[in-house]
Design a protein around this ligand. Structure first.
Ligand code: FES
Length: 105
């Protein structure tokens, strides 16, 4: 089961063991990562699950599709590694992935 590390806006790390097939957002919610609000419940409509894929992992995770890209325009401080964590499906290859939670308020 892939281990995903989430780092909140205060720099605190949270390790989550996330089943492949779940979203990063679901993995974060399951361990109570602060700042992953996910107000729309994962339907790519709110941007409050915004996070930054660590630079070392951006190539593997990939970028957003057109629908996610449009919703990301609503997010605070969009950067090169920005993704909506509800739209990233965890795979076995993501074991060790680091995600920095964005300021989602
Ligand atoms: S939970 Fe709303 S866009 Fe991800």
């Amino acid at each position: 089961m892939p281990k995903i590390t989430f780092i909140d806006v205060d720099g605190t790390s949270y390790d989550a063991m996330v089943d492949a097939g779940l979203s990063l957002m679901e993995g974060a919610i399951n361990v109570g990562v602060p700042g992953v609000l996910a107000i729309c419940g994962g339907s790519c409509a709110c941007s409050t699950c915004h996070g930054y894929i660590d630079d070392a992992w951006v190539a593997l995770v990939g970028g957003p599709n057109d629908i996610e890209d449009a919703t990301l325009e609503l997010a605070n401080e969009r950067r090169a590694g920005s993704r909506l964590t509800c739209q990233v499906q965890v795979t076995a290859a993501m074991d060790g992935l680091v995600v920095h939670v964005a300021k989602n308020d």
